[in-house]
Design a binder for this molecule. Structure first.
Ligand code: MN
Length: 308
């Protein structure tokens, strides 16, 4: 490029600070397979790596689980929390802390990986299985700490008039989930019957992901398999449905730490990921394999890693 660079007369800081209105991005999920479960992956996106500290969102299934044990075999995580929210069916969670926990619709599994954890998720009955599987990046303050597992059979619900909100993580209106939270974020399931207004936090950015039916978010139509992103500065999020719709709403203060994600790891540097890969591949003590009828999952090393 030659010639003078003309800068537009825009105060970008002022633009960022101004309350934003409307949906600023609608993005498509992409399809993948995790173990025996087909998924629609809404996060991460090339253009949208995180929403608050939320860094991963798979809508798994629905699938008709075959007889016998299937699911996702033992695999490691570092630097993140996994949120499991069943839409249908059940899964048996097993992890390296010794946890064995069956999860059913309406219940929450929250696993904190921190410096290292291994888990398996098995479907053991031959019914329908459908779930939302999400990750939250851990901040530097907690990501080197011990792993932890939490299960909640009851979560707070908020009546929003035209629908109901279940608070999985964080707070909405005056309801607060008991689940551990290392950053300032919220995760909610909305059952939208007609139309409702979700109270928003001006410091949060949000994403709205319909699971089973289209919804209108601030006047823009968003179908299942797509997500609507809304930037910070809002006090409310209007959501409208022509037919009853189940929607996942995620939000949070934009996560300022630059993260590096590779396979099941959320880190800061390639060296951390290379070390985790070596520890897992060589079955070192950091990653203890839980009892499972499924085989541990291995992957080739990251492309930047030297052979070991
Ligand atoms: Mn996992």
């Amino acid at each position: 490029m030659s010639g003078p660079v003309i800068s537009a007369d825009v105060d970008t800081a002022a633009v960022r600070a101004r309350p934003q209105s409307g949906v600023s991005e609608i993005l498509d999920s992409r399809t993948a397979n995790v173990g025996s479960i087909p998924v629609r992956r809404a996060l991460p996106q090339r253009a949208r790596r995180t929403v608050g500290a939320w860094c991963f969102f798979d809508h798994g299934g629905p699938l008709k689980a075959p007889a016998g044990v299937g699911g996702i075999g033992p695999h490691p995580h570092i630097g993140l929390q996994t949120v499991t929210w069943m839409l249908a069916g059940e899964l048996l969670h097993r992890d390296s802390l010794g946890t064995e926990q069956t999860i059913r619709p309406g219940q929450l599994n929250l696993m904190t990986a921190a410096a290292g954890i291994v888990h398996a998720e098995e479907h053991t009955s031959d019914g329908r299985v459908e779930l939302a599987q999400l990750w939250i990046a851990q901040p530097s303050a907690t990501r080197d700490g011990p792993g932890e597992f939490e299960h909640y059979a009851d979560l707070p619900e908020v009546d929003l008039g035209g629908g109901t909100a279940t608070v999985l993580v964080g707070s909405l209106a005056n309801a607060t989930s008991p689940a551990r939270r290392d950053t300032d974020h919220v995760g909610v399931e909305l059952l939208v019957r007609s139309q409702l207004v979700v109270p928003a936090d001006r410091a949060y950015e949000y994403v709205v992901v319909p699971m089973d039916a289209p919804v209108e978010v601030d006047g823009r139509l968003v179908g299942p398999g797509r997500l609507a992103y809304l930037g910070p500065g809002r006090e409310e999020l209007p959501v409208k449905a022509a037919e009853p719709a189940r929607v996942i709403l995620l939000g949070g203060v934009p996560f300022e730490e630059p993260i590096l994600m590779w396979w099941n790891y959320v880190a800061r540097t390639r060296e951390e990921i290379t070390a985790a890969h070596a520890d897992w591949t060589q079955r070192r003590a950091r990653f203890k394999i839980p009892d499972s009828q499924l085989a541990p999952i291995d992957v080739p090393p990251p492309l930047w890693a030297p052979p070991h």
